[in-house]
Design a protein around this ligand. Structure first.
Ligand code: ADP
Length: 493
């Protein structure tokens, strides 16, 4: 048996050791690589985990935001409906009735109270109560600290259970209302009683946010605006009502007065008619006897007697003239005057009255001018009455215009009427007399009137005649410059 070769064995051992070492080294390298890969994997896993957590978190937040957004939209929708109902209510007592419990619930609250502060009586009234039992309400009223309530009102700021910084204040409000989640907003109309709107919830799941605070603030603002509108409406309505009552009362007074005037006017017309008739009979006799005497049928008369008789005759004529005017005024006023209304050509009327007045004009060297619009339509008039109008107005114009003056007759169409202006360059009429000159027996105290006789009936008669024709008469005048009398007559269609 050969001797084992220790050298070779040693070499083999060394070689084996080296091989093992090399193998181990290679393995170690791989292991290290694997460790690195594993740690990389670990890191990736951790990162993925983080990302997954982030995704979950983001999703949760998104869900929360979404539900808050849904709540806000629902709240806004409800608020819009409430606002419409509130702002279209013009009765103060009905405004708070518009806040129905279901609408409040849609906004996330089940209890509400509204207070209005009466400054005179120094106390709050309760126009709204939702969800509070009678006992709870009594409790709130008894605990309500006026000072705190007025402070919230003065500061004009919305307070909510989650945002009150002052611990003592929060404690007081919690105690007054006995609730943990609530919003209190001031109701601030510009006029009248101001107040507070309290809304709250007992639900443990509800977490109030700034969005809720905003919604309640908007609702309280709308209430304030609605109260303001209702109060203004009430004021305007009351004022209008008062005005209507006054107008009604005045109308009644005026109607009564008019009735009285009509009765008095009728009595006056009847009286004038009666007296005039009574006067006319003896006057006719006087005139008749004077005429017989003047005709010397009862014997020749001395010149002095004749002269006196002529005076009696002249004065009797004037009296007859005056009585006739008075009778006509009374007849027209009482509607007893029968008029023959027919289409009349103003050109003809003006021509004939101008002829009549020409002699008087010439005697004072007064220029009589006509300006009649070409193609004047015919007017509806009673010829003899309109002749009287022209004769009276032209007669006055001549009477009150000094020597060498001018009188102008103008006529032109004015819509469905023809307007006639008779102007003179005479003494004019003082402003304070302009309203009175159409009254019976009114005469201005001036030099001409002191010298020339007149009755003060002419213009009254003219006015009555024009008004009986459904026309209007007016006057414009300047003292010492002249006057213009204008009247209208309806066009004959
Ligand atoms: P009478 O002429 O008989 O006095 P009227 O009724 O015709 O009565 O006129 C009333 C008064 O109006 C006249 O007395 C006169 O003072 C004033 N009056 C009328 N027409 C004129 C006129 N054209 N110019 C100035 N005054 C006038």
């Amino acid at each position: 048996m050969p001797e084992p070769n220790f050298f070779i064995l040693g070499v083999i051992l060394v070689l084996l050791t080296m091989l093992f070492a090399i193998f181990t080294l290679v393995k170690m390298k791989r292991i290290r690589e694997l460790v690195r890969i594993v740690s990389n994997l670990n890191r990736s896993l951790e990162e993925m985990d983080e990302q997954a957590k982030l995704i979950v978190r983001t999703d949760m937040e998104l869900n929360k935001t979404q539900s808050e957004l849904d709540k806000k939209i629902a709240g806004l929708y409800t608020l819009q409906r409430l606002s419409r109902a509130i702002t279209t209510t013009l009765e103060e007592a009905k405004i708070f009735e518009m806040i129905e419990p279901r609408r409040l619930e849609e906004m996330g609250f089940e209890k509400a109270l509204a207070f209005l502060w009466n400054d005179k009586e120094r106390k709050f009234s309760l126009p709204l109560n939702i969800g509070f039992t009678q006992q709870e309400t009594q409790g709130v009223i008894s605990r309500l600290d006026t000072e705190i309530a007025l402070r919230i009102l003065e500061e004009e700021k919305t307070l909510s259970s989650f945002s009150i910084e002052e611990a003592a204040l929060k404690e007081s409000i919690d105690r007054i209302f006995g609730m943990k989640a609530y919003v209190i907003a001031p109701v601030l109309p510009k006029h009248g009683e101001r107040g507070l709107l309290f809304v709250g919830t007992d639900s443990a799941d509800v977490v109030l946010t700034e969005g809720d605070e905003e919604l309640v603030t908007i609702l309280a603002n709308q209430l304030g605006q609605a109260l303001e509108n209702a109060r203004l409406f009430e004021q305007t309505w009351r004022a209008q009502q008062e005005l209507e009552n006054k107008v009604e009362q005045r109308t009644k007074e005026l109607t009564d007065a008019l009735e009285k005037i009509k009765i008095i006017s009728k009595r006056k017309s009847d009286f004038i008619s009666a007296v005039s008739h009574e006067l006319r009979t003896p006057l006719t006799s006087i005139k008749g006897f004077a005429a017989i005497l003047l005709a010397e049928k009862l014997g020749a008369l001395p010149a002095a007697v004749k002269e006196r008789l002529e005076k009696i005759n002249r004065h009797s004529d004037e009296l007859v003239h005056m009585i006739n005017d008075l009778l006509d005024i009374a007849r027209i006023e009482s509607g007893r005057m029968t008029m023959k209304i027919e289409p009349q050509d103003l050109k003809n009327i003006v021509a004939s009255v101008s002829d009549l007045i020409t002699v008087q004009c010439k005697s004072k060297n007064i220029d009589l001018v006509q300006h009649l619009e070409a193609g004047l339509p015919p007017v509806f008039a009673d010829r003899s009455q309109i002749d009287r109008v022209f004769i009276n107005l032209l007669g006055n114009a001549v009477k009150f215009t000094p020597q060498n003056g001018k009188i102008t007759i103008r006529a032109e169409q004015d819509n469905d009427h023809v307007r006639v202006d008779i102007s003179d360059t005479g003494i004019g009429i003082p402003e304070e007399s302009l309203e009175s000159i159409f009254e019976e027996f009114y005469r201005i105290d001036n030099e001409i009137n002191q010298q020339v006789k007149g009755t003060g009936l002419g213009l009254s008669l003219v006015k009555n005649i024009i008004e009986a024709h459904k026309g209007i008469i007016s006057v414009k005048s300047k003292l010492n410059s002249g006057s213009t009398f204008s009247f209208t007559l309806p066009i004959a269609k």
